[in-house]
Ligand binder design. Structure first.
Ligand code: ZN
Ligand code: ZN
Length: 153
């Protein structure tokens, strides 16, 4: 599905995934998974720097993809910077008022449960208060939960 983001920037709610090239492993390729439901979205080359709600820098947008399962929208953009160890997250709840689950974008393991008010780390339901670092229990990928925001206007 192709959408012109430049024409109607305010009408598309999307998760912006910022990528950078991996200088040490330039051919680093992985399947990016929808963080809401774990469905494979797109093969990505490089490293994810951050995932954030909303739309930023449409001129540098690489591709726009919709999760075929939960219909979440993802926009991928490339920046040139040193890849940080932790992927910075600004999450949005999938269900307004309900509990959403964050799946590791690399290995699709459910790692967090969150609402607008609070977040807990799985499997022990340990509360974490943003900004806070946590690691995927399966693949060890490190994330920084920056905030949980609502995109509903
Ligand atoms: Zn999905
Ligand atoms: Zn993982």
């Amino acid at each position: 599905m192709k959408v012109s983001i430049l024409d109607q920037p305010s009408e598309i709610l999307t998760q912006t995934v910022t990528l950078t090239t991996n200088k040490d492993k330039p051919d680093n390729l992985f399947l990016f998974h929808c963080y809401h439901c774990g469905t494979g979205i797109q093969r990505i080359k490089g490293n994810v720097v951050r995932i954030g709600a909303g739309i930023t820098l449409p001129q540098s947008v690489m591709t726009f993809q919709q999760c075929h399962r939960c219909k979440e929208n993802y926009t991928f953009q490339i920046v040139h910077m040193k890849a940080p160890t932790a992927i910075k997250l600004t999450l949005t709840p999938q269900v307004e008022g309900g509990v959403s689950t964050f799946h590791c974008i690399i290995c699709r393991q459910p790692v967090l449960q969150y609402t607008l008010e609070k977040a807990v780390k799985l499997p022990k339901m340990t509360p974490i208060i943003p900004p806070s670092l946590f690691a995927c229990t399966q693949c060890g990928k490190i994330y920084l939960l920056n905030d949980v925001v609502s995109l509903v206007v």
